[in-house]
Design a protein around this ligand. Structure first.
Ligand SMILES: Nc1nc2c(ncn2[C@@H]2O[C@H](COP(=O)(O)OP(=O)(O)OP(=O)(O)O)[C@@H](O)[C@H]2O)c(=O)[nH]1
Ligand SMILES: [Mg+2]
Length: 201
């Protein structure tokens, strides 16, 4: 598959587990707190302005949106976490739907890559750390996308990348990709990783 996407549509906006797609296509999952830029990353990767709804209000995406890309793979836009009411247990960080996506999903073996988005200026939040810890424990393949890189100057950017590289919640060797939807930085690097993990490309 070339970087030029022929076809990308919202295949299903799932509110329950039974609506998750059951074909065996590989899935790329976009995870991160509300407002971190998940939908914007999806649009940038696809070269579309507004396929994935970019929220004016944080926490607006409450369904799990599956975008089918060239009949070959899914992009899975998860609801953002961090705005839900929280209980002590870490699972309460996510919506129960997100929880079921990771625990009751018959396509879990099709998750080729989880892109864990972290705001490059804010750095990892406590919820991000819980998510990273979950990903490590489950053994799902993941990479970090450091979003909104345009908000930092070169000094801030270097400091942020160094911080992420040394963060105890991010295992050594985890790819960390600086990204800006505004400046279109990082799309090629993310696509390269997607191709690597899916065997497509
Ligand atoms: N400066 C800057 N702003 C961005 C960038 N990416 C996204 N934003 C802004 O951040 C806000 C949230 O972006 P979304 O893509 O909707 O974030 P999301 O993670 O999908 O949010 P939820 O669906 O609520 O979980 C919007 O106002 C975007 O315009 C970026 O690269 N740079
Ligand atoms: Mg969104």
């Amino acid at each position: 598959m070339a970087l030029q996407i022929q076809k990308a549509d919202l295949a299903v906006s799932a509110g329950t587990v039974t609506q998750f797609p059951i074909d065996r296509l590989p899935q790329i999952v976009f995870s991160g707190r509300s407002n971190v830029g998940k939908s914007s990353l999806i649009n940038a990767l696809l070269g579309r302005k507004s396929l994935a709804r970019v929220s004016g209000e944080p926490g607006k995406t409450i369904t799990i949106n599956f975008y089918k890309i060239d009949g070959s793979l899914y992009f899975v836009d998860l609801p953002g976490y961090g705005f839900a009411k929280r209980a002590a247990k870490d699972q309460a960080v996510w919506s129960s739907l997100t929880d079921r996506f990771f625990t009751q999903n018959h396509q879990l073996d099709r998750l080729a890559l989880v892109l864990q988005l972290i705001d490059m200026k804010v750095g990892p939040t406590q919820d991000d750390r819980l998510m990273l810890d979950f990903l490590i424990r489950t053994g799902l393949p993941f990479a970090v996308v450091a979003t909104k890189s345009d908000k930092l100057n070169s000094t801030g950017r270097a400091a942020s990348l160094k911080g992420l590289g040394e963060d105890p919640s991010i295992p050594a060797g985890t790819p960390i990709i600086p990204f800006s939807a505004l400046k279109r930085e990082g799309t090629e690097e993310v696509w390269k990783l997607i191709f690597e993990k899916t065997g497509l490309g």
